[in-house]
Design a protein. Sequence first.
Length: 360
Amino acid sequence: MAEKVLKKGNEGIALGAIHCGCDGYFGYPITPQSEVMETLMEEKPWETTGMVVLQAESEIASINMVHGGACCGKKVMTSSSSPGLSLMCEGLSYLAASELPCVVVNVVRGGPGLGTIQPSQGDYYQAVKGGGHGDYKTIVLAPFSAQEMYDFVGLGFDLAFKYRIPVMMLTDGMIGQMMEKVELRPQQARLSDQEIVSRYGSWATTGKTSDRPKNAVTSLALESKVHEALNFKLQAKYAEITEHEVRFETLACEDAEYLLVAYGSVARICESAVEAARAQGIKLGLLRPITLFPFPNVEIQRMIPQLKGILSVELSAGQMVDDIRLAVEGKVPVHFYGRLGGMIPSPQEVLEACKAHYIK
């Protein structure tokens, strides 16, 4: 029987990293995600699995340490919160252009600026639209429970190595701090250099060149034709990811006339709003994107003929709502309801917002 423990979401991230065979974590403390590094220090995985855990001198240093480890084909990751992620965006652009796999966790806090340590979803644009410079994307996973915080680290590494791309987990301080039951997986072994090559190819700088040409990992291409070819290659990769890696969940959508779209902690609130609406005879459903990139456009489009309206519910001033509107192409009304500054809506507030727009 699998072991079950009571853990914070942030602690789940740390345990997920250890159990999926992560080679290295490089980070810098910032509320509300500091428990990730603290838990790793308490667990001391370097004594059991050989995993390196290092507090860098800054977020800029930590993302560049991730870059170095990823060049070697290792499972490496970092975590931070909103202002810290802003400092990492240049490094993320380099990782994407160099086609390097890694996992980056953003436990979002309220902004802009230093803001508040309370939960927010105001970093959606930054995560989904790139954040750094250039035409790049990362796969973005949005957990909504401590269990998914744990599970998505391993999933993130699987996707990162499959596509040689940075994967971001976009979560928030509510899920990071709440305690829930987490079912643990068996410990996975870290991969040797030979296993890295056999599973993922010989692109990594493993230091052994007797059986392969020398590898150079870089994001620099001074010739325009060469750099254009790299960009076309990246765009083709993003198209493939969009085709094959969309993940979402639905609740009460079979006969839904009205649809809530929400991710992360807000989706939990919306589940209760759907239950309250159904008790009042209102045919309300919920679509929860699990991947924010790629976004579940096709599923939203599939539902359009049965819908009278969609409400995007967010802890922001309205960011995901733009992607919903792009998906529906004006074929059904789309409205937005959000709270800011760390304020959390109740299920009743969400239901009343939906009624105000669609059920007069």
